[in-house]
Design a protein. Sequence first.
Length: 230
Amino acid sequence: MQTFINAFTIWADSWKITLHPDKSCLISFFHKNKTHLTNIIAQNFTGEPHIIPYTSVHRYLGILIDSNLKFSHHIARIKSEATKRFHIICRLYRFAPDINPRIMIHLYKTYIRPLMDYCAPIFLLSPLSSSYHLEVLQNNILRHILNVPRITPLREIRSLSSCTSLKERWNHLTVTYILNKSKLDLPISHLILEQIFSPTSRIFELISTLIQTSAPEELPALRHALNHIN
């Protein structure tokens, strides 16, 4: 590995490309033989004049990527940040105790939910035990805003707040993204959707039917319809 790094540094110098080794790190992705791989990879790889450190978690484009690709660290960070923002919004009650719950819900959708919307597909691919914490957090926030008892059914809470479950929203955002990026390549869209969603899920059946029955010229209208799903 050190040999390749040295060769890459020489190539970059020859093309007058400035490298930033202080912003780099080394991470390996594995599930088995963790100790063995760590002992081999966690050496001092130097990209002059800094040492490139070995790490098991790294932040890239706002996402915490771990060596197991479970995104548990990222979900924990999102939960912590969302909780902090909600506590800030709750301070409004001190100055306006009679504030309309609709305003609080709008603040939630504007300042907190986007944290859970960013890069939605990773939440669908992460373990349910991790993403479940965000679902519980949203339920608790909505209960607090609406000031309803804990025994209130979730269906009623979502109806009053006009908020779907996070899983349903992640499904919608993922499908919309895939269709927007796929353009007219419908077979590829179907393949990706098949990998992300369970074949027994209701949303897979819906999108699969739409893709199979839609002509290429109908795809823009399909995108438009999906973008207006609540």
